[in-house]
Design a protein around this ligand. Structure first.
Ligand SMILES: [Zn+2]
Length: 356
């Protein structure tokens, strides 16, 4: 190595290209139409405050080209932002978009009955036409009450609101915690060190914060305490690196299902275990991409990942360095008979979305 001068090559400059000569199966369309149960079309996550899908006509063209019947938009927020999301998507294009609202946790840091205020928020959003609620990972990691204490997912002040969601016949999509490595020491053993070096605010290993297992435990006790409310655990229930834990959560919590959003990298490095989980809980896994702003190639890559038996390919082909970690994935080769449920049936039943 030293003779060639490569001994000083830095990891950040290392861009290996796979020399495995393997089959590539490209799918333009899925085996049957899909519902994308996890996506972001609103404004709060875009850096410049603009719409995540600046051209709705172009988005609809992508959906039509890739057989996407409808998309769940998780960016409704509340108040006028909710109204504007509903107007732009759900009302302008009936049946193609389903916007979920958020709860404004700031009431927890103010005087007054936070529990009643959150119930009122649920009712107002439902009245406006929200199709469900998104609960984000800020709960447990950054949301604080008036005393400065972190508010965990199973905080009693949230209970009545999430029960009310179920009484109104609406679902909750909940994202708790984050990849396991984001809670592990930031050192040379951390498998996502390059990603965390780029996004230091994604690291939650600070001893003042709850750990991964504590967060997942709190999410489970929230879900258990609201048996009449349907929950979808985003990102494979938040535990894509630990599919045994996902199975235990699904066994314990009949009102929990999970989506696949944003976790191709984790699922594709354990393709047999991932396929087994999806088949074993075939009524409770939802297709969702969490790829945004989304284009046709993103959908087609997911269809390849779910339907073919291709091996050893990039989970993020557009990136020169795999963004979540330096590994490649293999496809799940799911049997045709479970695709109707995964692609649309489960979302249709659990999120009250008309079947394609
Ligand atoms: Zn998301």
């Amino acid at each position: 190595m030293t003779d060639s001068g490569l001994g000083d090559l830095l990891l950040e400059d290392f861009r290996p290209r796979s020399s495995a000569r393997v089959d590539v199966t490209l799918l333009d369309r899925p085996a049957l139409p899909v519902i994308d149960a996890h996506n972001h079309l609103g404004r709060w996550l875009s850096g410049d405050g603009g719409w995540m899908a600046p051209d709705v006509g172009q988005l609809l063209a992508t959906m039509d080209a890739c057989d996407v019947t409808s998309i769940v938009n998780l960016d409704g927020r509340w108040g006028t932002e909710l109204a504007e999301n509903l107007e732009r998507y759900d009302l302008a294009h009936p049946g193609r978009f389903h916007t979920f609202a958020h709860l404004d946790w700031r009431v927890l840091s103010k005087d007054g009955d936070a529990s009643a205020a959150l119930v009122a928020q649920v009712e107002a959003a439902a009245d406006h036409g929200a199709k469900g609620f998104k609960v984000w990972k800020d709960l447990g990691l950054t949301v604080r009450d008036g005393q400065g204490s972190l508010v965990m997912p199973d905080d009693p002040r949230l209970h009545d609101a999430l029960v009310r969601v179920g009484q109104l016949g609406l679902p909750v999509l909940i994202h708790t915690a984050d990849p396991l490595a984001f809670f592990q020491p930031l050192d040379e053993h951390n498998e996502r060190i390059e990603e965390l070096a780029k996004h230091p605010d994604w690291w939650f290993g600070d001893p003042g914060l709850p750990g991964f297992d504590e967060l997942l435990g709190s999410m489970a006790s929230l879900i258990e305490s609201c048996p009449g409310t349907q929950f979808v655990g985003a990102h494979v229930g938040g535990a894509a690196e630990d599919l045994g834990l996902v199975a235990r959560l699904l066994d314990r919590l009949p009102n929990l299902s999970v989506d696949l959003g944003g976790r191709m990298a984790e699922l594709g490095r354990q393709p047999r275990a991932a396929a087994k989980l999806i088949m074993q809980y075939s009524d409770r896994v939802l297709f969702g991409t969490d790829a945004f702003p989304i284009g046709p190639e993103d959908y087609r890559h997911w269809y390849r990942f779910l339907e073919t038996d291709d091996e050893c390919f990039d989970y993020a082909p557009e990136a020169e360095i795999p963004p979540q970690g330096r590994w490649q994935v293999s496809a799940l080769d799911l049997p045709a008979e479970i695709l109707p449920k995964l692609y649309s049936g489960n979302a249709s039943r659990l999120l009250n979305i008309p079947t394609p």
